[in-house]
Design a protein around this ligand. Sequence first.
Ligand code: SF4
Length: 218
Amino acid sequence: MPDTKSCADCHQLNCYHEDKIYPKFCLTEALDQARLEEIAAIYRGDTIDGKMARTAAEIEGEYYGKLTRVEETLVFARRIGAKRIGIATCVGLIEETRVVARFLQLGGMETFAVLCKVGAVDKTEIGIPDDGKVRPGTRESCCNPIQQAELLNAQNTDLNVIVGLCVGHDALFTKYSDAPVTTLIAKDRVLGHNPVAAIYTAQTYSKRLFDAERVAAL
Ligand code: SF4
């Protein structure tokens, strides 16, 4: 990928309110206008994609700063007409999953949860050496996001919610899920599943993020 400037280099953000100026490398200005209009038509349309786009925007406007993400997830599911919610969950967050399921059920949803370890396939069976396990010498199942997705697909879920899947396993789950996927909990074993804390403290406690030697060695 060429190292060209993108939105991360922009300090105008003019595409938000159009009250500043667009930078020379602006992505908005370079867009294919016909395609942009086609996409806007999807958002206006009657498909589930349009419904999701408008519902997310409505919730943002209506509940800005008032509802937690857990609550927003229920409202979103309800408004897009979802009845069956799949929960792709992690063995380390099973208690949290029970809370989420209980809350969604209280909100009128049917829930179906599948744990990451479903299938109980030992890590060595997928090519991970025993000393690459968290606890070498023990039976330790690998995460199985494709199977999680397929089990939720078989349940005809309307919306799937990720509760703490690992980086990468979440990507695979999303790739194989038939239903749209939203993330409720992004796993971070160090920061209590609050990955943005490392970014908020990038100038202080997380300065190591900019230690070039260390980053290169990661
Ligand atoms: S689209 Fe243009 S104005 Fe918006 S953030 Fe990107 S570069 Fe900046």
